[in-house]
Design a protein. Structure first.
Length: 249
């Protein structure tokens, strides 16, 4: 009986030793994995949009370079593009000059120029931010551009139509704007939303294709183009609506 107990104890002790050994091996394996992951983190590459072709793999050192660049380096990097966009915005002054007579006869139109310009910038800014984030994360590629541009265009029309259906009655009933100007707003908001969403989707992909920096170019380029195209569309819609109502242009 004693021999049986001693044999059973020895067997249990052996199983315990085997269990301890296997656990020790597992702990060593986990330690090795943790050590390798820490080592990899030091040289980890980040898929970010920073400089040349968003979604390109850059080291953490390159990603952090912006923090260490002096202000004049950042300013000189941006001023050229900002000058180009500023020149393009001069087209808005030309458009206002072309439709000067329409503005003089229907001064209410001028009240909504800042609102529409701001809305175009807001709409396009949302799209640009979404596209740049997705490119940086690597969840979309340039090959996805047609599908994404189409989706953003439809989303812009939908959101603009909803806002137009809200803003036009408020302008007519609440602000005392004439009915024909409210109708112009109703049709202009979907147009500007579509233009802004479409350009906001296209421009980041174009920057990536030509290896430009979308973080510097995409948003101001979109804003400049939307301001010009949106203002032109606004006055063209106004002229068409006014003709339908038999109003003097």
């Amino acid at each position: 009986m004693a021999n049986d107990n001693s044999k059973h104890s020895a067997s249990a002790l052996g199983e315990l030793k085997e269990t301890i050994q296997s656990q020790k091996k597992e702990i060593e394996r986990l330690k090795a994995q943790v050590a390798s992951s820490k080592g990899g983190g030091k040289t980890k590459k980040a898929a970010v949009s920073h400089g040349h072709g968003g979604g390109e793999e850059l080291s953490e050192e390159e990603v952090a370079r912006y923090l260490h660049d002096p202000f004049y380096t950042v300013g000189f990097q941006r001023v050229g593009w900002l000058g180009i966009f500023l020149a393009s915005l001069s087209a808005t002054a030309l458009i206002m000059n072309v439709f000067e007579e329409t503005l003089e006869k229907h001064i209410e139109l001028a009240l909504f120029v800042p609102l529409l310009a701001g809305h175009g910038g807001n709409t396009g800014g949302q799209t640009v931010g979404t596209i740049l984030s997705a490119l940086s994360a690597g969840t979309i590629k340039v090959s996805d551009a047609p599908k994404i541009v189409w989706k953003e265009s439809l989303a812009g029309i939908l959101s603009g139509s909803i806002l137009g259906a809200i803003v036009a009655p408020i302008a007519y009933r609440g602000l005392g704007v004439s009915f024909h100007v409210a109708v112009v707003l109703f049709f202009t908001l979907p147009l500007i939303s579509m233009i802004a969403s479409t350009l906001g989707a296209i421009i980041p992909f174009v920057c990536v294709m030509f290896r430009l920096d979308p973080s510097v170019i995409a948003a101001p380029a979109m804003t400049s183009l939307v301001d010009v195209a949106g203002l032109m569309g606004y006055f063209m819609i106004a002229n068409y609506i006014f003709r339908l109502y038999g109003l003097e242009l």
